[in-house]
Design a protein around this ligand. Sequence first.
Ligand code: 13P
Length: 248
Amino acid sequence: MRGKLVVGNWKMHGNLATNMALLQAVRDGAVELRSGAALCVPYPYLAQARSVLEGSNVAWGAQDVSEHDSGAWTGEVSGAMLADFGCRYVIVGHSERRSFFGDSDAVTAAKFLAARRAGLTPILCVGETLEEREAGITGDIVTRQIDAVLSASGMAAFADAVVAYEPVWAIGTGRTASPAQAQEVHAMIRTRFSDESAVIGSQLRILYGGSVKPGNAAEIFAQPDIDGGLIGGASLVAADFLAICAAA
Ligand code: 13P
């Protein structure tokens, strides 16, 4: 059985004071959770996340990682540095990285590999734009995004990795994919993996992301191939994030 996992992506929000209240509330509220939970915080707050979450039910991670392991790469943060701060997870290929920072499929694949080299669990984000959905090429786009990583990493690198399907048109818009729309893409993603490795395909955790809220989480998470969520806005409110975790 795949366990459910709910990951918060704070994006570029917070400060020491607001984070402290949020981290403590999530840590304390997570005591009774049966799903896995994690928070991906901005780099400067990783030490704070560790200090509050260590020993709790809530893991932590980062929102990006350098494709390089060390060297003259001003402004970059390596996988080993994230591991040094106790990160378990790192998001790679988020649509905001892809569209605003030029993270191509190839760069995303390199970041996925860098995460694996550092012993981190990558959360590989994939998803189509509204234009692509309306053109009927959602499957092609998502397959291309996955295959770019698979061809660089090989199937074995996906053992215990996480994939997040985040339709770009549903991120921060209040528009969610319907449970059936999301399930259709999740099933396709799982089949892509199962075709090559039944074991990895059946164990792969595929999260849904895009305007998940306490009010719609249970219905989305009830779909057979949806193993939890990647939560943006609602992860900034402890009660909402915990309610979403409870729905998983
Ligand atoms: P929202 O939950 O705010 O739509 O963000 C989704 C997301 O991008 C998580 O990575």
